[in-house]
Design a protein around this ligand. Structure first.
Ligand SMILES: *Cc1c(COP(=O)(O)O)cnc(C)c1O
Length: 357
C-alpha cells in the first residue's frame, strides 16, 4: 500500500543506460563511444580555459555554438537548436511536438529511450515491427499517427535507410512532425538534412557524443525549419533557460573547427568496422550491413548472454539486450584496431573451446 502522496507521483520506469565500468585493462565496446580523443583543438581550448568567467551565466541562446553549427551545415542560425546531448534535444522535441491523441510511431526494435519519454510525457505510441531482416519498412509509417521518430542508421541494428526511403516517410507525414535521429549518420550514411528546406515538419537530430568523441561533454543539436526551432525554443525557455554551460559552448565550437581531424577519425572507424565484418563473418557470426560505429551480431551456435558474460569476465564489455527478438544478439561498438584484435582473439578461443569453430 502506498501513501496518499505517492499515489500522485508521476511514476516512470527509467531508461537503463549502458554500464560505465572502470577497469584499467578494460576494452569498452558497450556504449558506442568513440575510441579516439576529441579534436586537438578541444584539448587546447581546455588548457586555455579560465575559471573566472564561470561566475557569469552562459549565453541563453548558446550563440557561439549555434552560429558555428549554422555555418557548418549552411543553414540559418534560426534553424539550429542545441541541448545537453541529443537525449535532451529529443526529450524537448517529444514534449513540444508530440501533443496529439493519436499514437506516435517508432520501430519495435530501436533506441530504448523513445518509449520512456513517451511514457513520461503521456504520449500514446505504437511500435511498428521491423521486418525479418530487422529492416524498417517505410510503408509501416504511412498510416494516421501523432508523429514519427526513428534513428537513421537505426540502433541497435546499425541498418541505414536510403535517403529516398526517409523522404517517402516524411512526404507521407506532412500533417505531423517527423524526427530523424542521426546519432550515427557520420559513419557512412546519407543525411536527411537536405530535406529540411523542403519539409517544414522535419527535424533532424545530431550529437557530438559518437562521431565527435565528446560523450562526456553532453552536446546535441537539431536542425529544422525556423518554425520548428522557434517552437522548440519556446518549450526550452519555459523549462530551463541555461541548458548549455560555458565549457560546452566553447569546446563544442572548438570541435567543429577541425574538419580534417573529424574526417580522419570517422574514416578510421569505418575502416575498422569493415575489417570487423570480415573477421566476425569468418568466426561464423551473422549480422546486417551496419553503417554505424557498432555491429549487431549473433552466432547461430552460441548463446548470446553466455558469451556476453564470458566477455565481461575478461573485462571486454559489449551490450546485451534481454528483449524479445534480439536476445541472441550482441551490440559491439567499434574500438581501435588493437581493441578489436583482442576481441577477435578472445572470440576465436571461445568458439574453439566449444568446438563450434
Ligand atoms: C547515443 C544515442 C543518442 C544520445 O546521444 P547523446 O549522448 O545524448 O547525444 C540518441 N539517439 C541514439 C539512437 C543514440 O544511439
Amino acid at each position: 500500500m502506498s501513501n496518499a502522496w505517492e499515489q500522485q507521483v508521476r511514476r516512470v520506469v527509467p531508461y537503463t543506460p549502458g554500464e560505465q565500468p572502470d577497469f584499467p585493462d578494460m576494452i569498452k565496446l558497450n556504449t558506442n563511444e568513440n575510441p579516439y580523443p576529441p579534436a586537438p583543438g578541444v584539448q587546447k581550448a581546455i588548457q586555455e580555459m579560465e575559471a573566472e568567467p564561470l561566475r557569469l551565466y552562459p549565453a541563453p541562446g548558446a550563440d557561439a555554438l549555434v552560429d558555428a553549427l549554422a555555418e557548418y551545415h549552411k543553414v540559418k542560425k534560426e534553424q539550429v537548436f542545441v541541448g545537453v546531448g541529443s537525449d535532451d534535444v529529443l526529450a524537448m522535441a517529444f514534449l513540444t511536438f508530440f501533443n496529439s491523441e493519436k499514437p506516435i510511431l517508432f520501430p519495435d526494435i530501436t533506441y530504448s529511450f523513445y518509449d520512456v519519454w513517451a511514457d513520461l510525457f503521456r504520449i500514446p505510441f505504437q511500435r511498428q515491427p521491423l521486418d525479418q531482416e530487422l529492416s524498417l519498412r517505410p510503408e509501416d509509417y504511412f498510416g494516421e499517427n501523432g508523429g514519427v521518430v526513428f534513428p537513421n542508421p537505426n540502433a541497435p541494428t546499425g541498418l541505414l535507410l536510403p535517403l529516398t526511403a526517409v523522404e517517402e516517410i516524411v512526404s507521407h507525414n506532412q500533417d505531423v512532425v517527423v524526427i530523424v535521429d542521426e546519432a550515427y549518420i557520420d559513419f557512412g550514411g546519407e543525411s536527411a538534412l537536405p530535406l529540411v528546406s523542403k519539409y517544414e515538419n522535419l527535424l533532424v537530430v545530431r550529437t557530438f557524443s559518437k562521431s565527435r568523441s565528446m560523450a562526456g561533454l553532453r552536446i546535441g543539436y537539431a536542425i529544422g525549419s525556423e518554425k520548428l526551432i522557434k517552437y522548440l525554443n519556446d518549450a526550452k525557455y519555459s523549462f530551463n533557460s541555461y541548458t548549455m554551460n560555458r565549457p560546452s559552448l566553447e569546446l563544442g565550437t572548438a570541435a567543429l573547427a577541425d574538419e580534417s581531424y573529424f574526417c580522419e577519425m570517422t574514416e578510421k572507424i569505418i575502416a575498422t568496422r569493415e575489417r570487423a565484418k570480415k573477421e566476425l563473418a569468418e568466426l561464423g557470426f551473422c549480422f546486417g550491413d551496419s553503417k554505424a560505429n557498432f555491429i549487431f551480431a549473433m552466432h547461430p551456435k552460441v548463446n548470446a548472454e553466455e558469451l556476453f558474460l564470458a566477455l565481461k569476465e575478461k573485462h571486454i564489455f559489449v551490450r546485451y539486450f534481454k528483449k524479445p527478438r534480439i536476445d541472441q544478439y550482441l551490440r559491439i561498438t567499434i574500438g581501435t584496431d588493437e581493441q578489436m584484435d583482442q576481441l577477435f582473439a578472445f572470440l576465436k578461443e571461445y568458439l574453439q573451446k566449444r568446438g563450434v569453430l
